[in-house]
Design a protein around this ligand. Structure first.
Ligand code: OGA
Ligand code: MN
Length: 286
């Protein structure tokens, strides 16, 4: 089977065919997937009915995986379960259950693990159970937004460092979602505002919901600047909306894309997603 692909939008994204992860992916096919990942940022693989072990094995080929943070279901494991189902009873959670509120943080435009000193390179999300409508995942590319910036703003942003803070972003939802232990586990960290892909040299804006403010600048003013950068990234022409089918595996480049989950009827329909996260190779800022 040869790996082929179809571009999803003019700006980014590719649906990849000719890959059966459960059967195994050859080294040459894997090399092509890795190239597509660097060039297209979001890869969609349809019809991949895989279990956790296969998802982990495939994900590890991109690099070592992250463990999940404390508050997630299954903390410490290499699989993060993002769902509205109670793992104990297998019943749909009450809408107001704290886990639903906590997961609603994913509905803000963000990039995974940017609140960690070494942020994630990639995430792979497997749709194990998906609702019949809504609950899409949206992606936006920070590359096109960078390319479009006026030169003066490019110069201003280059070299800036943003402080990313999990307690700040979750605090936007509700003040009590992050406890003291988790605050200690995820202290604020510095991240470059402009990043460059080492494989192809393309540059992009890097920010999102965890970005609290810019180091050395007025908090409110720099917060407004970060919001305006997000607004530029998430313009419709730079976004792709993924409508889930069971068995989809979607992989994205956290170094250059933002994403967000969309709401669905959480009291009525089950949605169970399993995520693996490929760790980054080093800090983005000193
Ligand atoms: C994630 C995430 C959004 C979604 O898994 O990192 O943000 O649509 N998910 O479930
Ligand atoms: Mn996410």
């Amino acid at each position: 089977m040869a790996v082929t692909f179809r571009q999803l939008t003019p700006a980014f994204g590719a649906e990849v065919s000719g890959v059966d992860i459960a059967k195994g992916v050859s080294n040459s096919d894997f090399a092509e997937i890795a190239r597509l990942f660097n060039d297209y940022s979001v890869l969609v693989f349809r019809g991949q009915h895989i279990d956790d072990a296969r998802q982990i094995a495939f994900s590890r080929r991109f690099g070592p995986l992250e463990g999940t943070v404390r508050s997630n279901v299954g903390a410490g494991s290499e699989i993060a379960v993002i769902s509205n189902v109670d793992p104990e009873t297998d019943e749909i959670l009450p809408i107001e259950d704290w886990r639903n509120v906590y997961n609603s943080g994913n509905e803000m435009w963000h990039t995974d693990s940017s609140f960690k000193r070494v942020p994630a390179t990639a995430s792979l999300l497997s749709g194990r159970e998906v609702p019949p409508e809504e609950g899409e995942t949206e992606f936006a590319t920070g590359r096109a937004a960078w390319d479009d910036l006026e030169d003066a703003l490019k110069e201003e942003l280059d070299g800036l460092v943003a402080i990313h803070d999990f307690a700040y972003s979750r605090g936007l939802i509700r003040g009590d979602l992050v406890d003291e232990a988790q605050r200690r586990e995820t202290p604020p960290v510095p991240q470059a505002v402009v990043r460059r892909n080492p494989a192809n040299g393309r540059r992009n804006i890097y920010a999102g919901a965890h970005a609290s403010h810019i180091r050395g600048r007025d908090i409110e003013e720099s917060r407004a600047l970060l919001r305006s950068l997000t607004d530029r990234i998430v313009q419709e022409r730079y976004t792709y909306t993924h409508s889930w089918r069971q068995g989809d595996l979607v992989m994205w480049d956290n170094r250059c894309c933002l994403h967000r989950g969309r709401p669905w009827n959480k009291g009525k329909y089950r949605r169970m997603m399993h995520r693996t996260t490929v760790a980054g190779i080093g800090p983005t800022a000193a």
